[in-house]
Design a protein around this ligand. Sequence first.
Ligand code: UDP
Length: 485
Amino acid sequence: LQSSSDSSSPSSKIHVVVVPLPAQGHMSPMIHLCKLIARDPSFTISLVNVDSLHDEFVKHWVAPAGLEDLRLHSIPYSWQLPLGADAHALGNVGDWFTASARELPGGLEDLIRKLGEEGDPVNCIISDYFCDWTQDVADVFGIPRIILWSGTAGWSSFEYHILDLLEKNHIFHSRASPDEANAVIIDYVRGVKPLRLADVPDCLLASEGQEVLKEICIKRSPVVKRARWVLVNSFYDLEAPTFDFMASELGPRFIPAGPLFLFDDSRKNVVLRPENEDCLHWMDVQEPGSVLYISFGSIAVLSVEQFEELAGALEASKKPFLWVIRPELVVGGHSNESYNGFCERTKNQGFIVSWAPQLRVLAHPSMGAFLTHCGWNSVQESIANGIPMLGWPYGGEQNTNCKFIVEDWKIGVRFSKTVVQGLIERGEIEAGIKKVMDSEEGKKIKKRVQNLKILARKAMDKENGKSFCGLQGWLEDLKAMKLDR
Ligand code: UDP
């Protein structure tokens, strides 16, 4: 499929093969990036998924405006990775990455070779940071790899310091006790402020499957140096010292490129779950700034007990709430009886959906605060809409994001424990809601996040935004490379 406005043959275009990590939080920014590339008629894009996901993806795929010409390909993979998988269904992350590195390079090589034989040679690979195996494939064909880093620049500095963290025995050893994790201060990760061991990305502290993960992380960390560009889905004014440090190590190829979703005025994520847009009508009749939005992203789960404490707190808070309850959110399922009672009692107070049009929810005038698991997309979307946060991290690097939110940027509050560390009782949840929505501190938080909203939008300004101009810069670089070949 070619753009009707451009009659040039496919091979005269710059053909980029895009390899996302098959998870919602990584797919969303990658698709936004594709939309940005597709604006330039010099490019043609092939999106590569793994087999099990591809079928589901194609079934639900409605090309968003601007991506009508996107080609969809798949490569064989033995793991079933439905996008609707919860944290448990995904299994051991270490095994998953090991299988990817073993199985996927051959499939991608075959695909790139085939495209070349069909007269449509591939000029570069754009892939998620965690698909580091794509660098070897790029090297086989002598083409550049461009990394999309879909977390904070701060997290990338942790990845960059993996050997130091290991040497000091701060990661991948048996978990420190909560007291120790709070007492030990990590002050040698350059570009980020000193923080407690407890705030180092959870995925690096992981004890489960740690030997496999440890090896993967050690191998992955230096691969970033071989990439032509590293596009970071964050913005300079939010993390200036980290961007400065990483650029001093990796050179000007390490660039702020976010918030990517702001580039696209449609405010739509490409998702594989049906979005319930009725909630927007419900929001239309709520008071401005009054709604508490609760979402745990696409993977995090809650115990039945925790779910009930949260429900009890929401009810007691009397705040209008919009709550995303994915079908698999509660491990083992919630009790119908108490859930139905909750729904009945709060039918005039709240609205429940199984998946929300989050970008439009956060932009709605009735939004007040976001109780979030601190996945980076959710956090950045909240910032770019000026919405204060109540952070309740689950896994990955969400604990680090939460630390940044509360201590560095001061645009939210948090509970005493993460979801996986243990039960938070309803009293604490209710107090957190009141703090972020009703207190004097809450007002200051709101002011700060409103300021960051302005900076986020400035970064993506199409005239002279730092992120936007950086993104144009690497597209021009690719064009120049193609001319040179
Ligand atoms: N999202 C959405 N509707 C929902 C929940 C989430 O559109 O009901 C989107 C959200 O806007 C974000 C992504 O899904 O872009 C979740 O990514 P995040 O990094 O926040 O969390 P993850 O799912 O990776 O844990």
